[in-house]
Design a protein around this ligand. Structure first.
Ligand code: ATP
Ligand code: MG
Length: 581
């Protein structure tokens, strides 16, 4: 097909949109691919929709090839199934909830585990029907706290979600691996640079799970890798390498010291090093006790104390992931006033435990470790307060930041960190949903068998932004052929009739062999056309201009920036070769 730029519903912009920070967002708006309607809600204009459809096509082809079957469930969902699994409440503020005219509760689906489990239950009743994998490519709705970077984090976005149902755990593992491989093929075809990392399972519930993260500095996910062992994990999923417990015998007794004006770790360390303790103290010798309040969905706020070595900060995402589905907030002055045993700057384990505040510690705080920490009175700290002797925490929590150089959980070497954008997520869900809905089939021996479920997602619309992010240059977008809105961009670069006719002819020839062509037939200057051709990012640009008088056209490679002249009758073969890569 030939698309004429003179007719195309497109307006490119000279300036970056004011609300855009990341390059993909700026370029997709400037090049006329998407338009913002509300925070995290975007319209797809012709060029954007073409790329989105291309990504969808690649995802669909690979899902079909692995034997998954496409269906389409509604995005508008009744409350009851999500009530049954408690997600109506647990999903929290990210769920769009609405009422129909009769007052019945509805929601816009953020993910569809419940509905797929019910769908399989309704249709299948024999072990002979299994295994089965179903998928859909559909709009999802999440009231994200911080919609960001255009379509990268939308509140309405397109996801491919699939769900596998198997008779046993071995079957689930096979379905999981089939997805893992299909995802590798999808992202390879899309030309995305990515890593597979261990993940936490978040609000989905369930156990084994991995994320596919596109490498990107603008990513919101941080992952770590151990070069020696190949271990890779989202920081949220990193399990701290805990030292062995140490003997308590012989450790000096805890002593409460006057430590005036030491409400911060830095001032406390200064005090300790001037106090003649017989050793040099660093922040890592102190135990910092952070207070938050936590609310499990449907319950009341509760205090939680978190003890971490003083040289580390709390990583909010790790803390959030550890507490999920509960949410947390920092304490207000009113909270401190209501709990006078909390002495700001001097909070210690003893008062927390004495006042029945749940107290969780960093995994490094093992039995036999000795700490300088708050003594619960203004201007007082303990020295040599020993875990397992002087205080017994209620458990451990992964809340402290992970740092470059920290030991890998497998003990193989140091961790290094980088940033990424989550493009896919695969879960071995287990029985969470099939248990709730009693999804059973009749087994071979006549007894019911409970099905085991997996859940797998690809961020289809997010991928458009991810590819733009990884491939753009300072002139504009650069699409790989597989997803480009067109195979070739033909520029008529001269005002004379002969160049115009030449452009038409070249476009017609490209079209006749099945290539998708956009013809820049606008009455604009060549300079404007060249700029737009680069901004829009089609991989091959064919310039029909001055040389046409001698039968020559110019072929520009948008990726390498290389350009060469060639006879007009060689263009089709050259473009075909470029498209095939
Ligand atoms: P994130 O951590 O980025 O919020 P998630 O863990 O909530 O993602 P999943 O529930 O695993 O995401 O959804 C599957 C896929 O859908 C993700 O891997 C991601 O590519 C995509 N996705 C999730 N949320 C959004 C969003 N708000 N906008 C665009 N794509 C999204
Ligand atoms: Mg996820």
């Amino acid at each position: 097909m030939i698309t004429r730029l003179s007719q195309l519903f497109l307006r490119t912009l000279r300036d970056d949109p004011a609300d855009a920070e990341v390059p993909s967002h700026k370029l997709l708006v400037r090049a006329g691919y998407v338009r913002r309607v509300a925070p995290g809600v975007y319209s797809w204009l012709p060029l954007g929709l073409r790329v989105l459809r291309q990504v969808e096509r690649v995802v669909r082809e690979e899902m079909d090839a692995m034997g998954a079957q496409e269906i389409s469930l509604p995005a508008l969902l009744p409350r009851e199934p999500y009530e049954a699994t408690n997600r109506w409440t647990e999903y929290g503020d990210a769920l769009f909830r609405l009422k129909d005219r009769k007052g019945a509760d509805y929601m816009l689906g953020p993910t569809h585990e419940e509905l797929f489990a019910l769908t399989v239950k309704a249709e299948y009743n024999s072990y002979k029907d299994l295994p089965v994998t179903l998928y859909q490519i559909q709009n999802k709705y999440r009231d994200e706290e911080r919609p960001r970077a255009g379509i990268l984090r939308g509140r309405e976005f397109v996801m491919k979600d699939s769900y596998s149902f198997d008779l046993d755990e071995d079957g689930l593992k096979k379905s999981y691996n089939a997805h893992r491989e299909a995802y590798q093929r999808i992202f390879a075809r899309l030309g995305v640079k990515y890593v597979i990392v261990a993940a936490t399972s978040g609000a989905m519930g369930g156990s084994a799970s991995e994320e596919f993260l596109a490498e990107s500095e603008v990513g919101e996910d941080t992952y770590v890798r151990c070069v020696e062992s190949g271990y890779a994990a989202n920081v949220e999923a990193v399990i701290t390498h805990a030292p062995d417990a140490r003997p308590i015998e012989g450790l000096p007794a805890a002593v409460a010291h006057d430590t005036p004006d030491t409400p911060t770790i830095a001032t406390l360390v200064d005090w300790a090093n001037s106090a003649d303790l017989g050793r040099t103290v660093t922040a890592a010798d102190t135990l910092k006790n952070i207070l938050v309040k936590v609310r499990t969905p449907g319950k009341d706020w509760e205090l939680l104390g978190i003890g971490i070595p003083g040289d580390r900060e709390v990583d909010e995402k790790r803390l959030g992931a550890s507490l999920e589905p509960a949410e947390y907030e920092l304490l207000t002055d009113a909270d401190f006033a209501a709990n006078p045993f909390l002495v700001k700057g001097y909070i210690g384990p003893k008062a927390l435990l004495a006042n029945k505040v749940r107290f969780l510690v960093d995994p490094r705080v093992v039995t036999g470790t000795s700490w300088i920490t708050g003594a619960d009175q203004q201007g007082k700290h303990y020295v040599d307060l020993v875990a397992g002797r002087d205080f017994e925490p209620d458990g451990t929590i992964e809340a402290a930041e992970v740092r470059d150089g920290d030991p890998s959980p497998d003990g193989a070497g140091p961790l290094v960190s980088a940033r990424g954008i989550e493009i896919g997520h695969i879960f071995q869900l287990g029985y969470k949903y099939t248990d709730t809905f009693n999804v059973d089939v009749l087994g071979e021996n006549g007894k019911p068998v409970r099905l085991i479920q997996g859940s797998y997602g690809v961020g289809v619309s997010r991928l458009v932004a991810v590819i733009a992010e990884q491939k753009h240059d300072d002139k504009g977008l650069r699409w790989p052929s597989e997803v480009s809105p067109f195979d070739a961009y033909v520029v008529i670069a001269n005002k004379d009739e002969s160049a115009r006719a030449g452009g038409e002819q070249i476009a017609a020839e490209l079209d006749s062999v099945g290539l998708n062509v956009v013809l820049d037939d606008r009455k604009a200057s060549p300079g404007v056309k060249f700029k737009d051709s680069e901004l829009i990012g089609v991989p091959v640009i064919v310039v029909v201009g001055r040389g046409w008088a001698n039968g020559l056209v110019e072929l520009r490679d948008r990726f390498t920036g290389e350009s060469r002249e060639l006879p007009g009758d060689e263009v089709v073969a050259a473009v075909q070769a470029a498209v095939r890569g």
